[in-house]
Each structure stands twice: as structure tokens, then as C-alpha cells.
Design a protein around this ligand. Structure first.
Ligand SMILES: [Zn+2]
Length: 74
């Protein structure tokens, strides 16, 4: 973890304006992924590049179904 760069980023759902936060982790390898809104199921964020996101969770409420990792959603 010492040489890992983490950045907290915030997103809002384009459909219902629900706010989310996720942690961006820089990688040497290319990653792709996406996050969907837990309220309306709209795609809130997609990425493709040398970074990955995890820790995706709503800011206003935290449903217990959200674990520490939310990866590989297509
Ligand atoms: Zn939404």
C-alpha cells in the first residue's frame, strides 16, 4: 500500500442525482469498469485506463450490500 496512489473522487448519477464516492487507485496495467446507480441502475461512471475504482458507495446512504470492492460490473 505504500507505493499506491489513492484518490477519493465524487460522482453524481446523471439520472437521479444521487451522489457517490469512490476511491481511484492508479495501476500500471490497464483496467476498465463501470459503476451503476444503486437507486435507478443508470451507469454513473465508466473508465478505461491505468487506474481502477473501488469503494463505490452512495454519500447519502450506505446500503449494507456494498462491500469493500465493487469491481467487474459490466
Ligand atoms: Zn440514479
Amino acid at each position: 500500500m505504500a507505493n499506491t496512489v489513492w484518490t477519493i473522487e465524487e460522482f453524481s448519477c446523471p439520472s437521479c442525482s444521487m451522489n457517490y464516492t469512490a476511491t481511484r487507485e492508479e495501476h500500471e496495467a490497464r483496467h476498465t469498469g463501470s459503476f451503476k446507480c444503486s437507486v435507478c441502475n443508470a451507469v454513473v461512471h465508466t473508465w478505461s485506463g491505468n487506474h481502477h475504482f473501488f469503494g463505490w458507495e452512495p454519500i447519502k446512504a450506505k446500503p449494507p450490500v456494498f462491500g469493500r470492492r465493487w469491481a467487474g460490473v459490466r
